[in-house]
Design a protein around this ligand. Structure first.
Ligand code: GLA
Length: 377
């Protein structure tokens, strides 16, 4: 018997009826523009979260995890609504709530996406549960429906006003490609992303930093874009170009203006990055990645000293491009590096962190991997 089934059975005395897996993500480019209806270009990493589920007929929802086996969280399905009890379990409850399933469940989670590293362990958790429930309860929801439902779980149940990128890529990614996602209508295109055959690697550097600004800072950035859009009478930053932004500058506060400038230029960079990938122009891709970081650091101000240190050290040691990924204020950076320079880049980052007395960073690498699926793990 496979190991997740065995753990489920040890805990609940029965077998799971379904097991689904969903991956974490790295975003190549297109940061903080999903909630501005922009384009983003993330890919799924190999690390994933597994959700094993069986129905119960007494209305009880029980949740446990391989990582915290000491506790089984229990709640009546009638009490599954925003404001309920629960710690990390709220991500699971939020999905049950937003999919409007009414049965009880036994749920066992095994999470392998590093938490707190900005690699979307929360989306992996939400999407593994949503994918499993969709199958188990015959909900017949499309991946787009599931992306919207899991985003709603995070927005309205967990209380984090995230965009739609992380959940979409966790559900819709494909091995070997980055996912060009139009956040306006969730249409997608797979863009082959094969750095290995060009003698390169995409290094992921987890800075191990996590600054307190994370939640309030994210909401504040989102609010700035929304108020800029309102003042400039456009639906979102997607409908703005640099010329119109400059023309409307007087109507915006300085903060709104620089936030909008990031959004408008970042959306353009994503489309340029797609062209660079299609033509295997990795120098161009590297330069766009660098511009993205500068814009996130200077206009959007969501970087932090540890992320800047990782980026500067990587570039100093020969990386073609490097930038922070995800929400910012900590988490991970990526660096596009020639395979022959990988050790130099890692050493340079380690030394720079040591000199600055930061926590020791961790390095990962991952090929673009598949999105959520059923599994017998
Ligand atoms: C977090 C959010 C996403 C997105 C990124 C920034 O990961 O969950 O929706 O906004 O930050 O690009």
């Amino acid at each position: 018997m496979n190991s997740l089934s065995r753990h489920f059975e040890e805990l609940y005395g029965r077998k799971p009826e379904v097991i689904a897996e969903a991956p974490g993500r790295v975003n190549l480019i297109g940061e903080h523009i999903d909630y501005s209806e922009g384009f983003v270009l993330p890919f799924a990493i190999a690390d994933r979260t597994y959700a094993a589920i069986a129905k119960r007929d007494d209305g009880l929802v029980r949740i446990a995890s391989q990582q915290r086996r000491e506790r089984i969280f229990s709640i009546d399905i009638k009490d599954v609504k925003p404001g309920s009890a629960g710690d990390w379990e709220k991500y699971v409850l939020g999905v049950i709530w937003s999919l409007e399933v009414s049965s009880g469940f036994d749920i066992f989670i095994d999470g392998h996406v590093p938490a707190g590293a900005g690699l979307s362990s929360s989306a992996a958790l939400e999407c593994s549960v949503a994918f499993a429930l969709n199958h188990l309860c015959n909900l017949n929801k499309s991946l787009t429906d599931l992306a919207r439902a899991t985003q709603r779980a995070e927005n309205d149940y967990v209380g984090m006003p995230c965009g739609i990128m992380d959940q979409s890529v966790s559900l819709m990614a494909a091995a070997g490609s980055a996912l060009l996602l139009d956040c306006r209508d969730l249409s997608t295109e797979l863009i082959p992303f094969d750095v290995a055959s060009a003698g390169m690697e995409l290094l992921i550097i987890d800075t191990a930093a996590h600054h307190a600004l994370v939640d309030g800072g994210y909401a504040e950035r989102r609010a700035s874009c929304e108020s800029a859009a309102q003042k400039l009478q456009v639906k979102s930053m997607r409908e703005l170009n640099l010329k119109d932004l400059e023309a409307g500058k007087e109507r915006l506060t300085e903060t709104e203006y620089i936030r909008a400038r990031h959004a408008v230029t970042e959306i353009a960079r994503v489309l340029d990055a797609v062209v660079a990938l299609r033509t295997s122009d990795f120098l161009k891709l590297g330069s766009l990645i660098n511009q993205s970081h500068n814009s996130l650091r200077d206009d959007y101000t969501v970087s932090c000293p540890e992320l800047d240190c990782a980026v500067d050290a990587s570039l100093g040691a020969g990386a073609l491009g490097s930038r922070m990924v995800g929400g910012g204020f900590g988490g991970s950076a990526i660096a596009l590096v020639k395979v022959s320079d990988i050790d130099n880049v890692k050493n340079a980052v380690l030394q720079a962190f040591e000199r600055a007395h930061y926590k020791k960073p961790r390095f990962f690498t991952s090929l673009p991997s598949a999105g959520a699926q059923l599994t017998d793990y």
